[in-house]
Design a protein around this ligand. Structure first.
Ligand code: FPP
Length: 202
């Protein structure tokens, strides 16, 4: 299952609150989605937390999102471990601040031996960039052009080794893919709900 978490800003606006309050409330929905998915036996959950385009948001909003992410990881690591969840980052994490990268690396490392649900968080992620990165990796591996096929390319994506999503969920009503998992959703069912992300509960 893959989820485009949208609508935090609208959730806050409806309550006459600053946008960041929507993100703060969105964290509770993240916690709920992760724990419920693990309990339901979902094999892989991929959440779109921060796109490459999201850098264009006001600096204070970006910095709040990063702070929330760090806090989430610090507070939830025990829960991830207790539920056997394996955490991974997809995207280009190099552009993230060193303290965020450290926190992410710690969670990836601590959960690396877990065999339960795979929880991917997409950060500084773009679907086209992922395909470009895969093409670069393929070329660097020295594979001959005639040997390039779908399997070899998929093996160079950030999600290498993972099954493609069967279901893509987008909250908040917009009928868009927003550059998310472009390769992997080739056969996915798409479900768009008007529910805003902070209200998306299981
Ligand atoms: C979309 O709402 C949501 C985001 C851009 C970020 C999602 C992030 C979180 C829920 C918190 C951090 C993540 C984790 C996994 C700890 P929007 O701001 O685009 O809403 P709008 O379209 O209504 O303005």
């Amino acid at each position: 299952v893959a989820i485009i978490m949208d609508g935090n800003g609208r959730w806050a606006a409806r309550r006459h609150l600053p946008r960041v309050e929507g993100h703060r409330a969105g964290i509770d929905a993240v916690r709920d989605a992760v724990e419920t998915s693990a309990r339901m036996g979902i094999r892989v959950l991929t959440l779109y937390a921060f796109s490459m385009e999201n850098w264009k948001r006001p600096r204070a909003e970006v910095s709040t999102l990063m702070t929330l992410l760090k806090r989430y990881l610090r507070l939830e690591l025990d829960t991830l471990l207790r539920n056997g969840i394996r955490f991974r980052v997809i995207g280009r994490p190099d552009a993230l601040a060193p303290d965020v990268r450290d926190e992410l690396a710690r969670a990836v490392e601590r959960t690396s031996g877990n065999t339960g649900m795979q929880f991917n968080i997409a950060l500084n992620y773009g679907g086209r960039a992922e395909i470009v990165d895969a093409a670069r990796r393929l070329i660097e591996s020295g594979v001959a052009a005639a040997d390039v096929d779908e399997r070899r390319l998929a093996d160079c994506l950030y999600t290498a080794g993972q099954p493609d999503p069967d279901l893509l969920i987008r909250t908040s009503g917009e009928m868009r893919i927003s550059n998310f998992l472009l390769w992997q959703i080739a056969y996915a069912e798409i479900w768009v709900t008007d529910t805003l992300w902070p209200d998306f509960r299981c």
